[in-house]
Design a protein around this ligand. Structure first.
Ligand code: MN
Length: 199
């Protein structure tokens, strides 16, 4: 069965004014869709076509001969996860177990926000910033290009796409302003809490 482009979990203008409908139109409708199409073409008539994205990612990670399949499968997974990492009216601070785990790992929410901002800012070129569950604790990490914590046995809780295509129409070169908008106004802590509960 072919992989499909999932719908956005909100309307096209749901993240206005921080991330515009024009950005989502290109980012979801063109970039994400292209990764899905590429993956379908690359896995057509292969045993991988019937596997889950997570299986394809873990089975092709580090295999230079399958880099194209890994990159497209990981980008399909990462983007779907990214859409859910945001919500209209998001941002602010988490509560409950997630808040306690963040305090335990980083000392405070502000220290987490600083570490996440640092990771997202310093990812050179294209990539992703993440909050993950790793063993018993939480950690901030960053990955280059399509790379994903899914390939490393970590459980992602939220992610931020820091490829320029994610923010250039709305913020041009101002990646720090995009990161601040994500943390202040967009991040979906309910989604992070759901992922933590499954970790
Ligand atoms: Mn992207």
């Amino acid at each position: 069965m072919a992989f499909a482009l999932p719908d956005l979990p909100y309307s096209g203008d749901g993240l206005d004014p921080h991330i515009s409908s024009r950005t989502l139109e290109f980012h979801h409708g063109k970039h994400h869709a292209t990764y899905v199409n590429n993956l379908n073409n690359l896995t057509k008539d292969s045993p991988l076509a019937d596997k889950s994205l997570e299986q394809i990612i873990t089975e092709t990670a580090g295999d230079a001969g399958k880099a194209g399949i890994f990159n497209n499968a990981a980008q399909v997974w990462n983007h779907t996860f990214y859409w859910h990492s945001m919500r209209p009216g998001g941002g602010g601070t988490p509560s409950g177990d997630l808040a306690a785990r963040i305090d335990a790992a980083f000392g405070s929410f502000d220290a987490f926000a600083e570490a996440f901002t640092q990771a997202a800012t310093t990812q050179f070129g294209s990539g992703w910033a993440w909050l993950v569950a790793d063993g018993d604790g939480l950690a901030v990490t960053k990955t280059g290009n399509a790379d994903t914590p899914v390939a490393r046995g970590q459980t992602p809780l939220i992610t931020l796409d820091v490829w320029e295509h994610a923010y250039y129409l709305d913020f041009q070169n101002r990646r720090p302003d995009y990161i601040k908008a994500f943390l202040d106004d967009l991040v979906n802590w309910d989604f992070a809490a759901e992922n933590l509960a499954k970790a």
